[in-house]
Design a protein around this ligand. Structure first.
Ligand code: NAG
Ligand code: NAG
Length: 469
C-alpha cells in the first residue's frame, strides 16, 4: 500500500479506524498539546495557524501527521481497527479518468435555472423579503400539486437539490411525482446576497447565523409560498442546516407548526456533542476566536480558502492527486465522503455548485453546540448575553414546542449528524412520526444530496412520508 492510500484510508475510513491508536506516540501528544494551546490562546488566527503548521512540520512525517491531527480532532471517539476495501479507490488512474471525463460536463458551469430547463423542467424565480430586509431568491418547478418547500444545508443553496442530476436529485423526483417544488435560498448563499439597504461587503450584512435563517428567512419564504398557492400548509424537506433552521423556526415561532403538514429531516442537525467532522472538531474550540478575529479584520463571510482551512486541509489530506482533488472542496473537509456512493464523474458538477457561501457566525454557532452539548441560541459572552437575553447563558431552543409531524432520516456514518445526537433530538421532539436509519452503513452526510443510490436509499422513504401526510 502506498503512502497516498494510507492517507486516504485514514481520511475516509477513520471512523472505522485503523492504526491511529498505535501511531499516537508521546512526542506527538506533546505537539498535540502545543497545537491545541496555540490554537486556542492565540488572538490572531493567521498566527495561530502558522504556529500549528510549524509545530506539525517540526517532528512528524507526512503519514503520522494525518492520523494524529484526525485523532486529536476526534477526541474521545474511539478508533478501532478495520480495513474496508469498499472505501478504497481501485486505482488513482481510474479515479482520474472518471474525474477528467466529468470535466467536460457543461452542467458544472450552468446555473440552476439553465440546468432545470435543459432537462425539460419549467422553472420560475421568486423573491421573498424578510422582516429584517433580506431579499431571498426561491426557485420553483411549478405544478398544481401539493406545495413542497426544500431547504438546503450549510454552505449550500437550492443547487443542492439538482446536483445529483435528473432521475436522482430530489427536485426532479418531486416534480416527476406532480409536486409543486419550491427551493429556498438562505441569506448569504449565492442566490440570496441582497438586502434592501445593506451591502454584502459590509459587516452588518453578515451578522447572522442559522438562528436568523430560522426566525426570519424560513417564515418569509413559507408565507410567500402559502400566499401564492392560496393554501394553509405545505410539506417541508430540509437537509442538514435546513433541518436546524426548521427546528429554530418551529420552536421560536410555534405558530408556524400549523403551516407544515409534514417535515422530513435529511440528516437532522441540532445537538452537536458527538459530531465526527474533523474540521468542526478542530475548529470548535477556536470558533469564537475565528469569529472574534473576523470581527477584527472585517471579514464576515466564511471563506473556504482562509488560512485556517488550508492548514486543516494540509493536515488531513496531505498531498497526492486524489487528496488534492477531494480536499480542494471545503465541504469534503467538513463532512467527508463515502467512496462507495461517490459518483466521481459527477464531481466537477458538484464542485461547480458547492460551496455557495455562509457567514462565519453560522459555523461559530455550530462550533458552540459541540462545546455546550446543547441546542441553544448564539453565545455572545455573559455580558452581551445578559443584554440580549436577560440571562448569562444563552436560552435553549424549546423543542417541546415543535408539534408539526417530523420524520428523521439519518445514517450511521454521518460526520455531522451522529446517531447519538439524533437519538437525543428524537427524544426531545414531541411528534416524530418516522425515524429511519438509512440501510447502508457507510452513508455519510452529503450522500443525502448526491449519493449514487440516494433515490432508493433515502428519497424513496421521503416520498412515502410525503404521501402519507
Ligand atoms: C393549473 O391548473 C390551471 C387550471 O386548471 C391550469 O390553467 C394551469 O395550466 C395549471 N398549471 C400547471 C402548472 O399545471
Ligand atoms: C454519475 O454522474 C454522471 C454525470 O454527472 C451521470 O451521467 C451518471 O449517470 C452518474 N452515475 C450514477 C451511477 O449515478
Amino acid at each position: 500500500m502506498t503512502k497516498k492510500f494510507v492517507i486516504l484510508f485514514i481520511l475516509i475510513n477513520f471512523r472505522n479506524g485503523l492504526m491511529a491508536d498505535q501511531i499516537i506516540s508521546r512526542s506527538i501528544a506533546k505537539i498535540t498539546q502545543s497545537f491545541a494551546e496555540s490554537f486556542i490562546k492565540h488572538p490572531i488566527i493567521t498566527s495561530a495557524t502558522f504556529a500549528i503548521s510549524n509545530a506539525l512540520a517540526a517532528g512528524v512525517n507526512l503519514i503520522t501527521k494525518v492520523p494524529y491531527a484526525v485523532s486529536r480532532a476526534l477526541g474521545p471517539i474511539k478508533l478501532s481497527s478495520q480495513i474496508s476495501k469498499t472505501n478504497v479507490v481501485d486505482s488513482v488512474d481510474k479515479f482520474m479518468a472518471d474525474f477528467n471525463s466529468g470535466k467536460t460536463n457543461e452542467d458544472a458551469e450552468m446555473s440552476i435555472v439553465d440546468i432545470l430547463r435543459k432537462y425539460g423542467y419549467s422553472v420560475e424565480r421568486h423573491e421573498a423579503t424578510t422582516e429584517d430586509g433580506f431579499l431571498l431568491t426561491m426557485f420553483r418547478i411549478p405544478s398544481n400539486g401539493s406545495a413542497v418547500f426544500l431547504m438546503h444545508g450549510l454552505l449550500g443553496s437550492a443547487d443542492d437539490f439538482v446536483v445529483a442530476g435528473p432521475g436522482n436529485a430530489l427536485a426532479y423526483l418531486l416534480a416527476d411525482q406532480g409536486y409543486d417544488v419550491w427551493m429556498g435560498n438562505a441569506r448569504g448563499s449565492k442566490h440570496s446576497r441582497r438586502h434592501i439597504s445593506l451591502q454584502p461587503s459590509s459587516a452588518a450584512f453578515w451578522d447572522f447565523s442559522w438562528h436568523e435563517i430560522g426566525i426570519y428567512d424560513l417564515p418569509a419564504m413559507i408565507d410567500y409560498v402559502l400566499a401564492k398557492r392560496n393554501t394553509k400548509t405545505l410539506k417541508y424537506a430540509g437537509f442538514s442546516q435546513g433541518t436546524t433552521s426548521f427546528f429554530v423556526m418551529t420552536s421560536e415561532k410555534p405558530e408556524y407548526n400549523s403551516k407544515i403538514s409534514v417535515m422530513v429531516a435529511l440528516s437532522p442537525v441540532a445537538f452537536m456533542a458527538n459530531v465526527v467532522s474533523p474540521v468542526i472538531r478542530l475548529l470548535a474550540p477556536g470558533t469564537s476566536i475565528i469569529h472574534g478575529a473576523s470581527q477584527t479584520f472585517g471579514v464576515y463571510e466564511f471563506l473556504p480558502d482562509s488560512k485556517a482551512i488550508n492548514t486543516v486541509k494540509w493536515q488531513l489530506c496531505g498531498t497526492g492527486p486524489l487528496a488534492s482533488i477531494l480536499c480542494s472542496n471545503v465541504l469534503f473537509l467538513i463532512a467527508g465522503f463515502d467512496f462507495g456512493q461517490l459518483n466521481v464523474t459527477n464531481l466537477p458538477v458538484i464542485f461547480g455548485h458547492m460551496p455557495a457561501g455562509a457567514s462565519v457566525k453560522q459555523l461559530a454557532h455550530y462550533g458552540q453546540g459541540l462545546i455546550s452539548r446543547d441546542f441553544r441560541q448564539f453565545d455572545y459572552g455573559s455580558d452581551e448575553n445578559m443584554k440580549r437575553y436577560g440571562v448569562k447563558v444563552p436560552p435553549s431552543y424549546a423543542l417541546d414546542k415543535i408539534v408539526a409531524p417530523v420524520c428523521l432520516l439519518y445514517s450511521d456514518a454521518d460526520w455531522l449528524a451522529h446517531t447519538t445526537d439524533v437519538e437525543l433530538l428524537s427524544k426531545k421532539l414531541n411528534n416524530v412520526v418516522d425515524k429511519y436509519k438509512i440501510p447502508y452503513e457507510q452513508f455519510n452526510h452529503f450522500d443525502f444530496i448526491y449519493a449514487k443510490n440516494v433515490k432508493t436509499l433515502a428519497y424513496k422513504r421521503l416520498l412515502e412520508d410525503f404521501s402519507e401526510f
